[in-house]
Design a protein around this ligand. Structure first.
Ligand code: SF4
Length: 705
């Protein structure tokens, strides 16, 4: 029997970052545990990370490349798989132009730099990610407002934390782990929670503001109203570093608190109290989550929240929302060679004229991709390469996503399992998990660290995603390195370290400097925080942020209320799943065997629904079923449903993608999207619920076992 070898690495079962010690025996990872020396997680890990061994060694995991034939999936070699892809992409480029190839990713396994390099050198501007409604939309809106993404400085010990639409104990946004927040909170920070649902943090909070879903931008305007009227802003900062303050204040006055209460359902007194607490407790930070982005107000909401950080003097101040200084490594943008995408190709980016901020941050929205495939307009997409993404379950209007992907002339998918999306592919390429990956992790994040994720094992014929792009790129005649590790040396070159040396160190941290704007101003056209945006003005949008009512809400569509009387808030997170991932992992499905929809007890009673009963949720676009969980911590007018559900235990190629998938009900019409970024609205839709009589007792998972 072999010795147990301990390998220090970094998890990527969510957005990543937690330090891990992998125990390897006889070439197999037998367990993982938190690394107490990690500067990010200090020895903690969550259920998703701890279950990695069940994912990596799952019997259904695909361990070799495959092609689809008349007899179903057939094993092939890497050479055959990559040659097929290269040949097809060359043919499509020759016949239709590189822009007719879409390259797509999900939340990623830290391969953005490689995927974008491949796409840019191929010459396609059509990179499809979740970024239009998740994180990149926040990055984009803050870039045009203050030149960078402001991130909570938990190490700087905030005295007040506003947890705005985020639950980092369950789900970790890019820069944060629940652990960092918790350390600050238990040191005595005040806590304001803004959430339509009373979760763990709302119960701990000094103030909980239970807003109507999707009205975050109006609530933020209410905060500003109090701060302006009560003179609670940092006058010196505003005078010197804000562009368009007077015009912005005039806009703020269009949102008196009575009106904000009416829009948001939050009592005026509570808004006043929270705004005072945030503005007068120094330092204070806002920890924001994706629900602020997943509506029509995506860009404006981000801009108002950034304005709050700025006007209260908390921007780039210790313990506030800061611009972390990265360690000296090559950036994702440099590695990805964005500048080498020819201007004539960039001009062909789908939706580029319409969603100008999305185009600015080099991505397209799913809707324009589906339109191009299904209608051929403005030109057809012919082929696709999707990596670690399952749009059939995770993108709005799932039926349209399914039809579009099915219609693509050629599709290749890089993943661990045959997901409902992968089943639509012609070629399947088996990806390595984070246990099978060498990478300078987190070099795309804005939290001031890069981390050494080192390979613990190799499993089957799986390749880390980076190697797939590198080898495919070389076959396409692109400029790449001989090995993955050579590329890592290139990323690390400015630090003076090689990959081998960096592995020994474990991580690098940038030298943090606060108040950088005092020396250099902000990286915007005016050098100031642009509450009046010169960029949006130039692009033809309203330069001042505002709140817009959702197109399918009780206010804008009273005609639908008879049939669909409730607000559907789609996208409830769980501590066990990462979007559509992990449904096949026994440890995690035991905790969360079925999709859950939360309903207020009064609402349940009205419809004769009991705790745990299966219910139908219906919207104008379709019907799905989930299991009812009664929660008196949500408003009786609101229903909160989980997203990302499919059933790997169902063995037909659809894997039950349309049974409980909440995106069957969501809307992706252009009218419902943020006009600047193209963010899809997942948080405010009208729906109805009714008991489901045909579902058997017990959980689906138990029945499967
Ligand atoms: S929080 Fe994310 S990175 Fe940390 S252990 Fe869990 S899945 Fe891994």
């Amino acid at each position: 029997m072999g010795e147990v070898k301990k390998i220090r690495t970094v998890c990527r079962s969510c957005h990543g970052g937690c330090g891990v010690i992998a125990h390897v025996k006889d070439g197999k990872v037998i367990k993982v545990e938190g690394d107490p020396e990690s500067p990010i997680s200090h020895g903690t890990m969550c259920s998703k990370g701890l279950a990695i061994t069940q994912l990596a060694y799952h019997p259904d995991r695909v361990l070799y490349p495959m092609k689809k034939s008349d007899n179903g999936w057939e094993r092939i070699s890497w050479d055959e798989a990559l040659d097929t892809l290269a040949e097809k992409f060359k043919q499509v480029t020759k016949e239709n132009g590189a822009e007719s190839i879409v390259v797509g990713q999900g939340t990623g396994r830290d391969y953005e730099s490689h995927l974008y390099r491949f796409a840019n050198l191929l010459g396609t501007p059509n990179v499809l990610t979740a970024g239009h409604m998740c994180y990149v939309s926040r990055v984009g809106a803050t870039l045009i407002t203050c030149g960078n993404l402001p991130v909570c400085d938990y190490e700087g010990e905030p005295k007040c934390i506003v947890m705005w639409a985020c639950n980092p104990q369950w789900t970790n946004p890019d820069e944060y782990k629940g652990e960092g927040f918790w350390r600050a909170y238990i040191k005595g920070s005040k806590l304001i929670v803004i959430d339509p649902r009373k979760g763990f943090l709302a119960k701990k909070a000094d103030l909980w503001l239970q807003l109507r879903p999707g009205t975050d931008a109006a609530l933020a305007m209410g905060f500003f109203n109090v701060i302006v009227e009560e003179d609670l802003y940092d006058r010196e900062f505003v005078d010197n570093y804000v562009n368009g303050w007077d015009a912005f204040v005039r806009r703020v006055r269009e949102y008196p608190l009575e009106q904000v209460e009416e829009i948001t359902w939050v009592k005026q007194d509570l808004i006043r109290k929270a705004a005072r607490m945030y503005a007068t407790t120094k330092p204070a930070c806002i920890n924001w989550g994706v629900p602020t982005e997943q509506t029509l107000n995506c860009t404006d909401c981000t801009r108002i929240l950034t304005g709050l950080m700025a006007a209260t003097g908390n921007l780039d101040a210790p313990g506030g929302n800061v611009f972390f200084v990265p360690p000296p490594t090559r950036t994702v943008s440099e590695f990805a060679r964005h500048k080498d995408l020819p201007p004539e190709q960039r001009a062909k980016r789908l939706g580029g004229d319409q969603y100008k901020l999305a185009s600015r941050v080099a991505l397209i929205t799913p809707k324009v991709a589906w339109d191009a495939i299904l209608t051929g307009k403005p030109y057809p997409l012919k082929a696709g390469l999707l990596c670690g993404t399952n749009p059939v379950t995770t993108r709005a209007n799932a039926k349209e996503a399914y039809d579009a992907l099915k219609k693509l002339e050629f599709l290749a998918v890089i993943d661990f399992f045959l997901t409902p999306t992968a089943e639509l592919a012609d070629i399947f390429l088996p990806a390595g998990t984070w246990l099978e990956q060498n990478h300078v992790a987190d070099n795309w994040k804005r939290h001031g660290y890069v981390l050494a994720r080192q390979k613990a094992v190799e499993i089957g014929e799986c390749w880390q995603d980076h190697k797939v792009f590198l080898e495919l790129g070389k076959r396409m005649g692109q400029d790449w390195w001989d090995t993955v590790e050579d590329a890592l040396d290139y990323i690390l070159e400015p630090s003076g370290l090689t990959w081998e040396e960096f592995k020994g160190k474990g991580y690098l941290k940038g030298d943090q400097v606060y108040y950088k704007y005092r020396e250099k101003g902000f990286s915007t056209p005016t050098g100031k925080v642009e509450l009046h945006s010169t960029i949006l003005e130039k692009w033809g949008y309203d330069p001042l942020p505002k709140y817009t009512e959702m197109p399918e809400s009780p206010i804008s569509r009273p005609d639908l209320l008879d049939r669909y009387p409730y607000i559907l808030n789609a996208g409830l997170r769980t501590p066990t799943f990462f979007h559509s991932a992990n449904r096949m992992i026994p440890w995690l499905r035991e905790i969360r065997p079925d999709p859950i929809v939360e309903i207020h007890p009064e609402t349940a009673k009205k419809h004769g629904i009991k705790e745990g009963q299966w219910v139908y949720i219906e919207s104008p676009r379709g019907r799905v079923k989930q299991r009812a969980k009664l929660n008196d911590g949500i408003d009786p007018r609101v229903i909160v449903a989980e997203h990302g559900w499919w059933f790997p235990e169902i063995k037909d190629p659809g894997h039950g993608w349309d049974i409980s998938n909440i995106n069957i009900l969501t809307d992706n019409s252009h009218e419902s999207m943020d006009p600047v970024m193209g963010a899809t609205n997942l948080r405010v839709l009208l729906c109805n619920i009714l008991p489901c009589e045909d579902e058997q007792e017990g959980t689906r998972w138990e029945r499967f076992l």
